[in-house]
Design a protein around this ligand. Structure first.
Ligand code: ATP
Ligand code: MG
Length: 351
């Protein structure tokens, strides 16, 4: 099979020196197609044709090796450039390498030219292969990101369809209890949809900003459970800590239940009050979530372990079984739920 010729650009004012270099390379086994230039203009035009390699004399009348290097770095830094010159001294040689030359060969050491070229071409090929691989990885990452965003979007849309279905069913019935059950379920589904909305809007598709989430959730709950005449002040202290989706969904549902309860039950007989949501992280990656109000307090003898109502049973299951955390319920001058759990280190993101 015929060898593909190597396109070599030689910046050299001496035709003899150029010939000599080519002969040496052919002797080393290279098949070469070459052109020689010795002016700035011709050099520029020749680089633009993208040769495989450039051999540049350091001293060319009216045009220095440094200028040539600068031009090559600007136009085609991927093409290896070897300085091929008479004695240039160590300092200049180092300077050339710093400016992007891949090697330098002195004219009285012609035997070094072949090996230097071989190495330069191999390195350039390695560099190209690495770049290709990097581009492939980037493209595939981008593709996965788009896919993940699309999935969050679709999950959110499907949850909204479900929510609308419940809404339609609620409108089709006259029974107050059924309407209330359906609308509670709708609220839970909306909360999950909100998590997915937050996720696909976030830069990092696998983690959620709980602060933004609680803000929106609270605003929505105030609309769903209008607290007649009572003036309720929300106080939020939410740490800026990214939650993976597997944690954000149960935490979001718990926050939804507890805040809904506060708005539904705590201020039935009060004109004024406050709701406090604190989400903090302790040193050992322990998450503390406290939701309290200064409302009427829980019914006498209330025990979360014995409750048969769905809302607080759900809270208990989510915290204890799903998050492996614990809940403390305090009913004194209002109601307070203190929850503690950990985010496991190996929590798979984006699940
Ligand atoms: N913050 C609170 N202040 C006063 N009472 C509360 C509070 N939270 C809960 N309760 C009481 O505890 C009971 C149980 O709450 P739970 O959330 O389990 O059920 P629910 O809100 O009545 O119905 P749902 O199952 O739809 O949530 C409530 O009915 C209410 O009496
Ligand atoms: Mg409830």
């Amino acid at each position: 099979m015929e060898k593909k010729p190597l396109h070599l650009l030689i910046l050299e004012d001496s035709p003899d020196d150029a010939e000599l270099a080519v002969k040496e390379l052919e002797r080393e086994g290279f098949t070469i197609e070459w052109s020689r230039v010795d002016t700035e203009k011709a050099f520029r035009e020749a680089i633009e044709k993208k040769p495989d390699l450039i051999l540049a004399d350091y001293v060319v009348p009216s045009f220095s090796g440094t200028d040539a290097l600068k031009m090559q770095q600007e136009i085609a830094p991927e093409i290896p450039l070897i300085i091929y010159s008479g004695t240039i001294g160590e300092e200049i040689a180092v300077e050339c390498m710093k400016s992007g030359a891949v090697d330098y060969v002195l004219k009285d050491r012609l035997f070094r030219l072949g090996p230097a070229l071989k190495r330069a071409l191999e390195e350039a090929e390695e560099h190209r292969a690495r770049k290709r691989a990097e581009e492939q990885i980037k493209a595939s990452l981008k593709e996965k990101e788009v896919l993940l965003r699309e999935i969050h979007h679709r999950v959110k849309n499907n949850l909204q369809v479900l929510s609308s279905l419940l809404n339609m069913q609620a409108r089709a019935t006259k029974d107050k209890d059924t309407i209330s059950i359906l609308s509670e379920s709708q609220g839970r589904i909306n909360t999950m949809a909100l998590i997915h909305t937050q996720l696909y809007n976030s830069e990092n598709l696998s983690e959620i900003n709980m602060k933004g989430f609680v803000d929106i959730l609270l605003r929505r709950l105030f609309q769903s459970y209008p607290v007649q005449d009572a003036k309720i002040t929300p106080i939020l202290h939410i740490v800026d800590y990214p939650f993976p989706i597997s944690i954000a969904i149960p935490v979001g549902l718990v926050v939804n239940e507890l805040l809904a309860n506060t708005l539904k039950h705590a201020f039935a007989k009060k004109r004024e009050g406050k709701i406090e949501v604190i989400l903090s992280v302790s040193e050992k990656d322990k998450i503390n979530l406290t939701i309290s109000d200064d409302g009427i307090g829980l019914p006498k003898g209330f025990d979360i372990n014995k409750t048969r109502t769905l809302g607080l049973r759900l809270v208990k299951i989510l915290i204890e079984d799903q998050l492996q955390g614990n809940i403390e319920v305090i009913s004194k001058e209002g109601t307070s739920f203190k929850i503690e759990f950990e985010i496991p280190n190996n929590e798979p993101v984006g699940v």
